[in-house]
Design a protein around this ligand. Structure first.
Ligand code: SME
Length: 160
């Protein structure tokens, strides 16, 4: 049994540090990227409060394709440059969106989503995937979430 449950009162930076350590431990020595992304999505879900969706889109032949996630069924393919995920993948930059309805071209997969953060995962300078988190309230994510997820992305880039 894996029990990585965080202390709910931890400051965000410490919570993300523990998440990155748990992610490292859970994927260490495992080469199957699907298994690792599935466990990472489940870990993010446990460590980050108030989510309605958490998971991966992978770069496959020039477009994003749905990967392992926790949440409601989602759009399968997202062209580069489209939506929040496609923008993160095209620019290689984190997208921190306080209100998804104000983001041009936002792709609504779960009608409950109100805010979103998408962090690219880079390997050898190339975007290989994005980590996407959605929340059902506006302004749910801040720069501490973006920074924590960017560190996580660096930590797991060679495990997915
Ligand atoms: N909202 C995303 C699509 C993915 S879902 O949120 C799971 C976007 O605009 O790219």
């Amino acid at each position: 049994m894996y029990d990585f449950a965080p202390d709910a009162d931890l400051p965000a930076a410490e919570r993300y540090r523990q998440l990155a350590d748990a992610a490292d431990a859970l994927t260490s020595g495992e080469s199957d990227s699907v298994a690792n992304m599935a466990n990472l999505a489940a870990l993010i879900w446990e460590f980050v409060p108030g989510l309605n969706w958490a998971g991966f889109y992978r770069m496959v032949e020039g477009e994003l394709v749905l990967g392992p996630f926790v949440g409601r069924p989602a759009c399968i393919r997202i062209p580069l440059g489209q939506g929040v995920c496609g923008t993160a993948a095209q620019t290689g930059e984190t997208q921190l969106v306080e209100d998804v309805h104000a983001f041009p071209g936002h792709i609504a997969c779960d009608a409950a989503s109100e805010s979103e953060v998408v962090v690219p995962v880079l390997r050898d300078g190339q975007v290989i995937a994005v980590i996407d988190l959605d929340a059902p309230d506006k302004g749910h994510f801040g720069t501490d979430d973006a920074a924590g997820l960017e560190k996580l992305a660096r930590r797991i880039a060679d495990r997915i």
